[in-house]
Design a protein around this ligand. Structure first.
Ligand SMILES: [Zn+2]
Length: 445
C-alpha cells in the first residue's frame, strides 16, 4: 500500500487488496467448442436481463442532484446514490477517499470605461486586484519586448504565443508590472496553466475581447482594474468501489467518472458512463462472472484524472497485474456511433463482439489512462464530442444508447472472462485473436 500523503484509504481497501486472486484469460481458438457453447448459452440467458431504461433513470437521478463537482456536498449525495444502487444489486460498495490540491477561479475580469469584461485566471496565478494604466507590450512578451516599453507600476497586456505563459509573467514582473493580461490568438476564451508560481496576477482574455483592446491602448492611454479572484484548496475526492464479498483480485475492472465540471449537470459527461457500469454490474450480479469483476465510479476526473490516479497509485501491483482489462465508459449517451479506443487486443475484441463498433484514433484522456500507464490492458468506450459538452445544457441522454452500450460492454466482459488462457499454454499471442464464433450479442429487449 503506497503512503502517499495525498491519498487516505478506507481500512477495508487495504484488507481487500491483500486477498487471493481469481484469474481468467482470453483465448482466441475454438479448441473447446463444447465448453464455449455451454457457457455462452447459460450466460446469454443472463444478459437478456438488461432492463431497458433503467440506466436512463440512473442518469436522471444523478442529474437531478445538480452539477457534481469534486469536493462539493453534491458528491456525497451522488456517491450515496451509487452505493445504494450497488448494494441493491448485491454488491459490497464503499467510498475510497483521496485528496488533491485544486486551483479555482472564482470569477476574474478586467474593468474599464465602467464596463467589466470577463476573463479566466491562468491556473496557478496569484490572486490580486490592481488598478493601473494598461500598457501594450509588443510581440510575444520576451524580456526585450518588455524593455521596449514602460510597464513600471502598470498592468501589461500581451499576445499569446511562442514562449510559455509563465515566462511572460516572469518577464512582466521583472519589468515592474503589477499585473498581466494575456490575449488568445484564437477568438475564444483563453484558459491555461502557468505551471509555476507568479509574483503578479495573470488573466487570460479571448481574442475577440483582447485584440481590439491592444489596438486601442496602443493609441491612447487607458486605466483599468484587474480582478483575479482565485483560491487554492485541498479537495477530498470520493471513488465508489463495488464488488462481491471476498472478491479481492478481479480479472476485469469497469469504471467511469461520476463528477462533472462546474455549471454542467453532466448527463452525458459522465452520468451516462456511470449508469452503464452500474447496469452491467446489475446484469452480472447473478452470474459467476461477477466474482471476477470490480466496478468503480471515479471522482476528480475533470480536475485531472485524480480518482483513477489515486486508485492506481494505491493498488497493489498484483492487483493491477491480475486485470485482464480495465473498461472505461465516458460520454456514451449522445451520438449513435459507439467508438472504442485503447489496447489493440481489446478494441479487436470489442469489434468482434459488435461489428457496429468503430475504433477512434488515439486512446482518449480519461480514467483508463492511469491504468494503461500501469500496463493494464484498457478499453475505452466513447460516443464522441457533442454540442452540450461541459455546458449547462448537458441535461439529457438517449437511454437507448445507454442500453446498447451496456449490452456491448456486457458481451465484451463475457468474452474477456470466458476462457482460461493458461490452459492453452504457449502462444498466448492468440489472446489477441478473438475469432471464436460467439452465438449472439446481448439482445436489448
Ligand atoms: Zn468525462
Amino acid at each position: 500500500m503506497s503512503n502517499k500523503k495525498s491519498v487516505q484509504l478506507k481500512p477495508t481497501i487495504q484488507l481487500l487488496v491483500a486477498g487471493a486472486s481469481i484469474v481468467i484469460g482470453v483465448a482466441g481458438c475454438t479448441q473447446q467448442p463444447q465448453k464455449v457453447q455451454a457457457l455462452s448459452n447459460a450466460s446469454l440467458k443472463q444478459t437478456d436481463l438488461v432492463n431497458p431504461g433503467r440506466a436512463g433513470a440512473d442518469v436522471q437521478a444523478l442529474v437531478k442532484l445538480g452539477p457534481r463537482v469534486a469536493g462539493t456536498p453534491v458528491m456525497e449525495k451522488a456517491s450515496a446514490y451509487l452505493i445504494q444502487e450497488y448494494r441493491k444489486a448485491g454488491y459490497m460498495a464503499e467510498v475510497q477517499t483521496f485528496t488533491y490540491p485544486k486551483f479555482e477561479d472564482l470569477g476574474s475580469n478586467l474593468s474599464l470605461d465602467g464596463k467589466t469584461i470577463a476573463g479566466i485566471a491562468l491556473n496557478g496565478s496569484l490572486a490580486g486586484k490592481p488598478t493601473a494604466r494598461l500598457v501594450a507590450v509588443p510581440n510575444v512578451g520576451n524580456s526585450a519586448d518588455f524593455a521596449s516599453v514602460d510597464v513600471k507600476g502598470a498592468i501589461a497586456i500581451v499576445q499569446r504565443g511562442e514562449i510559455r505563459f509563465l515566462q511572460k509573467a516572469e518577464n512582466a514582473a521583472a519589468a515592474g508590472a503589477v499585473g498581466l493580461v494575456i490575449v488568445n490568438t484564437a477568438s475564444d476564451s483563453l484558459s491555461g496553466t502557468l505551471g509555476g508560481k507568479t509574483k503578479i496576477p495573470v488573466l487570460g482574455l479571448s481574442g475577440d475581447l483582447g485584440k481590439p483592446l491592444i489596438k486601442r491602448v496602443q493609441s491612447q492611454p487607458l486605466n483599468v482594474a484587474l480582478n483575479v479572484n482565485t483560491r487554492q484548496r485541498v479537495v477530498t475526492g470520493r471513488n465508489v468501489i463495488a464488488h462481491l464479498k471476498g472478491v479481492t483480485r478481479p480479472s476485469v475492472l469497469l469504471g467511469g467518472h461520476y463528477d462533472s465540471v462546474p455549471g454542467a449537470p453532466g448527463a452525458n459527461d459522465n452520468a451516462s458512463g456511470t449508469a452503464v457500469v452500474l447496469e452491467i454490474a446489475r446484469n452480472l450480479s447473478t452470474t459467476p462472472l461477477a466474482r471476477q469483476s470490480w466496478f468503480v465510479a471515479f471522482d476528480g476526473e475533470e480536475d485531472g484524472l485524480h480518482g483513477s490516479r489515486a486508485f492506481v497509485s494505491t493498488a497493489e501491483p498484483e492487483f493491477l497485474q491480475g486485470l485482464k482489462g480495465m473498461l472505461n465508459f465516458d460520454m456514451v449517451g449522445v451520438n449513435n456511433k459507439l467508438l472504442v479506443g485503447g489496447t489493440k487486443s481489446l478494441t479487436t475484441l470489442a469489434q468482434a463482439t459488435d461489428p457496429g463498433v468503430s475504433t477512434f484514433g488515439g486512446s482518449g484522456g480519461s480514467d483508463h489512462a492511469p491504468f494503461a500507464a500501469a500496463d493494464v490492458p484498457v478499453l475505452f468506450f466513447y460516443r464522441g464530442q457533442e454540442p452540450n459538452y461541459h455546458s449547462p445544457n448537458d441535461k439529457q441522454v438517449d437511454s437507448k444508447l445507454l442500453d446498447q452500450t451496456a449490452g456491448v460492454g456486457l458481451d465484451v466482459v463475457k468474452r474477456l472472462l470466458r476462457f482460461d488462457s493458461s490452459s492453452l499454454g504457449e502462444g498466448s499471442q492468440t489472446r489477441a485473436n478473438f475469432s471464436v464464433p460467439f452465438a449472439a450479442v446481448t439482445k436489448i429487449r
